[in-house]
Ligand binder design. Structure first.
Ligand code: NAI
Ligand code: MG
Length: 500
């Protein structure tokens, strides 16, 4: 039951949902945890508990996996025509779109992000992901292959669903991360147990109700809520799971790999980043300032691809850093549902302390504050001011480690230094994304080739599309999300050979 006095800006649909009893979707039924335990859901703008959701543990995970196993081995989903599967995905997209405002409200309330942003980014991108993947359902095919050593055989490949998939997602884009995971796995004919992030379970639980409404057969998608250790770990280790797809920290990604070793389930990982942003002297200064500021401050820096290392040519360093700092100072901090909000609170008390701790460590190690700093000036909620650090060096924690907050380290580089700057940009354990700001076409493409990252943006940052593969080099992950490439995560190839 809801314990807070409801925000008057919330729609009736949202207040009805919030004051309902929250249930997980297991085997086509909405259920509580076997133990009856629940976990609290917080409003990051106030620190208050909004509601409670079930706290799944090993026995609930087992029920969900058993349901997904049965739905895969015996149920209709993998045997349905691709066209029917595609239609269900399209229907899910329509239903999410019909509830756009409601989902944006839930994301804002639960995660802290501005309602206005969730409305134009998180929810429409979710809709688009389901629509895009609905088209792929009918386009999954193998090849006929001429054998290199003889004509007496006819060989072809089949691309078949991998089976029961465990999907574990984080809190930064709760609904969108669910869509990135569910849509391709469903298009491929897999069945799923999706574990939502404990910090942000609301939009995923609401989505579960719509999945049911869209006509997914029982057990095809099971949605559970619980903590990482209590629910995520037994799910990743479960012997009846064929594949685990994880998005979150690199640290937990490594635990997932170990947990998967028991039955050698397949693994894909979308992990952390420390993405470089390179501004060359010929870049259009105004758009570089706007673009590099939003590269780090979008979603409060809680993006795996946040542009958190800002390398600027010395000729334009002061102008760009002053510009970014000015924009940072102008950003209006407010609760996400407040129409004046340009940046909301961080998601949790834990993330607040982690991010403030990084800012303080930067100061202790000798960095200067060009904007922001450890004190937000807001008297409640987990707010952190957008922060620009200068005078850093490559060995500092703030330069090496993922902060996952609105904190950027600005570093100058000089003219002759193109190779050196690329080397510095690549000097990280991560390799998720990067952006390059220049009007010089050949320089842009040359640098794009040299950067060791799964995504390179030129004169833009944080541009996502369902058609573009997204994922990490190095310790930023295994495999790709989205685009045609994500299908590889959920399919396996069978070679069939016939003697003629
Ligand atoms: P996390 O990696 O602990 O959590 C992500 C998901 O994994 C959640 O659903 C969580 O319940 C689950 N999980 C946690 N421990 C698990 C385990 N042992 N086995 C299976 N599942 C487990 O991330 P957290 O603690 O929320 O954030 C910590 C840091 O991780 C952030 O500061 C940020 O640096 C990074 N992060 C990166 C994200 C990305 O998009 N790449 C998203 C969220 C966090
Ligand atoms: Mg954690």
């Amino acid at each position: 039951m809801a314990t807070l006095s409801m925000d008057p800006r919330l729609s009736r649909r949202t207040t009805d949902f919030l004051s309902s009893d929250h249930r997980m979707l297991i085997d086509g039924r909405f259920v509580a945890a076997e133990s009856g335990k629940t976990l609290p859901v917080y409003n990051p703008a106030t620190g208050e508990v909004i509601t409670q959701v079930p706290e799944a543990e090993a026995e609930d995970v087992n029920r969900a996996v058993t349901a997904a196993r049965r739905a895969f081995d015996e149920g209709p989903w993998p045997r349905m025509s691709p066209s029917e599967r595609g239609r269900v995905l399209w229907k899910i997209a329509d239903l999410v779109e019909e509830h756009l405002e409601e989902f944006a409200e839930l994301e804002s309330l639960d995660n802290g992000k501005p309602f206005s942003v969730a409305r134009v980014a998180d929810v429409p991108l979710t809709v688009d992901m389901f629509r895009y993947m609905s088209g792929w359902a009918t386009k999954i095919s193998g090849k006929t292959l001429p054998l290199s050593a003889g004509y007496d055989y006819h060989s072809y490949t089949l691309r078949e669903p991998i089976g029961v998939v465990a999907q574990i997602i984080p809190w930064n884009f709760p609904l969108l991360m669910a869509a990135w995971k569910l849509a391709p796995a469903l298009a491929c004919g897999c069945t799923i147990v999706l574990k939502l992030a404990e910090q942000t379970p609301l939009s995923g639980l609401r989505l579960a109700q719509l999945l049911d409404e869209a006509g997914l057969p029982a057990g095809v998608v099971n949605v559970i809520t619980g903590y990482g250790e209590g629910a995520g770990a037994p799910l990743a280790a479960h012997e009846m799971v064929d594949k685990v797809a994880f998005t979150g920290s690199t640290e937990v990604g490594k635990l997932i790999v170990k947990a998967a070793a028991g039955n050698l389930k397949k693994v894909t990982l979308e992990l952390g980043g420390k993405s470089p942003v390179l501004v060359f002297p010929d870049a259009k200064t105004d758009s570089a300032i706007q673009g590099t500021a939003s590269a780090i401050f979008f979603n409060h820096g809680q993006c795996c691809c946040a542009g958190s290392r800002l390398y600027v040519h010395e000729k334009v360093f002061d102008e760009v850093v002053d510009g970014v700092s000015h924009l940072a100072n102008e950003i209006q901090l407010a609760p996400g549902m407040d129409p004046s909000c340009q940046m909301g609170p961080l998601v949790s008390d834990e993330q607040y302390h982690r991010v403030v701790g990084y800012i303080e460590s930067g100061i202790e190690e000798g960095a200067n504050i060009a904007a922001g700093g450890p004190v937000s000036g807001v008297d409640r909620g987990w707010f952190v001011r957008p922060t620009v650090l200068t005078n850093t060096n490559p060995r500092m924690k703030v330069v090496q480690e993922e902060i996952f907050g609105p904190v950027v380290c600005a570093v100058p580089f000089s003219d002759k230094d193109i190779d050196a700057i690329v080397k510095r940009a690549n000097d990280t354990i991560y390799g998720l994304a990067a952006s390059v700001w220049t009007e010089n076409l050949s320089l842009a493409h040359k640098v794009a080739r040299c950067l060791r990252a799964g995504t390179v943006w030129v004169n833009c940052h944080n541009v996502f599309d369902a058609s573009l593969p997204f994922g990490g080099y190095k310790q930023s992950g295994w495999g790709r999300e989205m685009g045609e490439e994500v299908l590889n995560n959920y399919l396996q190839t069978k070679a069939v050979t016939v003697a003629l």
